[in-house]
Write a protein of this length. Sequence first.
Lengths: 164, 397
Amino acid sequence: MISYKIVLVGNFGVGKTSLIRRFVENSFSEEYLSTIGVSISKKTIGDATIMIWDIEGHTEFKPIFKQYLLGAKGFIIVADLLRQESIDAIQKHIQLSHEVVQDAPICIALNKSDMPHQLDDDALHHIQNLSPAIIKVLKTSAKSGSAVEELFLHLNEAICKQIS
Amino acid sequence: MQTNLLKFLCHKNALSYIIFDTNFLIVQTNKEDIKNNSDIREYLWELVGLEDEILALTPQSESIQIPMTLHNELYYDLEISNIEHQDNKALFIITMQQKSRHTQEYTSVLQKINNKTLIYELSDEKRQNGSYKEINKHLITLHVDLDGYITMVNEASLYFFNLDREQMIGKHFSTFLKPQKSQLEHTNIFIAQNSSKQDIFFHADIIPLTNNNAKVIENIIIAQDITHLKKMQHELEFAQEHDTLTGLPNRHHFLKLLDKKIEQDREFFLCFIDIDDFKIINEEYGAHAADMLLKHFSQLLVTFIDNDDMLMRLYGDTFVIVFEAEKNREYIDILLKKLTTLFIENPLHYSSEDIIKFHATNILLSYPDDITQSKETLQLAQKLLKRKKINKKKLQS
């Protein structure tokens, strides 16, 4: 049995809490209540217990608190398909994550895929090439559940391989 | 007494503590629901992943802080430190300070602000403001006082001129935007050099700013790049005064030049030149061959005349050479005699089978001997060319 920590990083309002809620409790709420500080959820997959850190998102006035990323074995960087600034910020979040934990595997979740959006394959390709640490880029929907499990399982697989 | 005091202080400050060893087993705590000798990570998930950092702590090193962590809808600040035990075995203490009611209220205010910001971010208003920002990037905006000295500049100006704000403020606006003459009245056309030293044309609107008494206190100059319009204007002007087939200046250009030359009232010479039997060539070889002949003819003449003389196509197969003012009649006569040989030696090789031979007729007119007004010049030239061609045919027959 192994336990490890992962952190969801992204701008505020991109759906980090909703992705965790969908993965851990298989539920979704339309109500938006932004995360302040940090809230930790636990989920067991096979032999692995994952501590999922849901941290306060980056806003124009408040950067992400670096200390929250300490000791993470992997990151999920979340962006909102409907907000280009949140997609543009992915690069900055990758940089921040690797400042704290070098070379940790990263999955990118482009969330709210249930809504009409304009991100094409070229843009997806561009995001994939932002860092060699990116193991998967997925369009997810916490609302419909689309690709949410795949997202966490993919990261879990990569981390378990790294640990063992 | 000491234990009671510690309990009292912890309770008073909503502070919990857990002491644990290097195996992360709990040694002591003031929390009643936590059992001694159990793994602290079962209660505090925050510690998972931080094992190496915690074990590396020394009594002298800075503690590990995890602020604003949420437990049962209450926020806590966690702090992990190394406390040395009496028998030198490392022990660690984690303190959990519950945030005050004030902080809890503050977080709900923050949540409301974030909520409103998110609604705005996804709204049309945000998209619209984004568009305005994009427009502003392309508009140079200068605030100037009543004497034209700059008091404020926008980012677009600084980017365009590649200057700092201090380098622009206090200078007269004409240092950067030079007024240009325009054919239209009431237009403010300016020219400015960008950081790559290219001339860029701007159209500027000047908006007066008034105070409460309707007195103008300042002006705002909003300048929009119109270089592409200027280029289009130049292209249109060029097209208006040039022949599309040969690329030579056309009749419109010739008449303007003629007016100008007559106004200067200095002697000059014009040679009108016409291809003989052009109509027959057109009928025999077709319109394309006729066009090719006109191009060939114009190219021959361009290479034949001096650089400071000008060749223009007036209409059909009629061209004119405007000789530079210093040239006299004797020199021009000698030159024109060479034309016959030029055409004989350079027929048009239209195809491997079709070699089109041609001749031309020319007449020379001078100002002020032959012409005095531009209006009559073309008519006179046509008449004289026609007469000369008839005479030529008579001689040939």
